[in-house]
Design a protein. Structure first.
Length: 137
């Protein structure tokens, strides 16, 4: 059977698209590959990192939600080397959790400006619950 669905792309509504782009592009290393500008203002964009992508769109003033944006949302990026992602984002000034092993994967977590949780994960044979800060000693 032919697989019709090719990719799932998270679509994040954000409070400040410029701050979000700075976080994702300068902080994590995504590339801005597509955008929609309306009346001189960036309305929407597509960001790509390897085979993963996300879309961002800023809330219009009359549509900002009353609850905290991003609450309860996690995106898990499957990587070749989550530890390399961790070290790279730290060098770019992004706060990331000390990687740990969970479900046979190194996991490091960061939160974007709107509260969306981003998990970068890669398979490992290191024992469960190992913390990177203790393991690298």
């Amino acid at each position: 059977m032919h697989a019709n669905v090719k990719q799932a792309v998270p679509f994040f509504m954000v409070n400040d698209i410029e701050a979000s782009i700075k976080f994702y592009v300068e902080g994590i290393g995504f590339k801005l590959t597509n955008k929609w500008i309306n009346n001189g203002k960036l309305e929407w964009c597509w960001l790509q990192l390897g085979g993963a992508a996300i879309m961002l769109q800023e809330y219009r003033p009359d549509r900002v939600p009353k609850i905290k944006t991003g609450e309860g949302v996690s995106i898990c990026f499957q990587c070749e080397d989550a530890l390399a992602i961790y070290q790279d984002v730290l060098s770019r000034g992004i706060a990331a959790s000390d990687p740990f092993v969970g479900n046979s994967m190194w996991v490091t977590v960061m939160t974007d400006p709107d509260g969306y949780k981003l998990d970068f994960e890669s398979y490992t044979e290191v024992p469960e619950e190992t913390k990177f800060s203790e393991w690298k000693k």
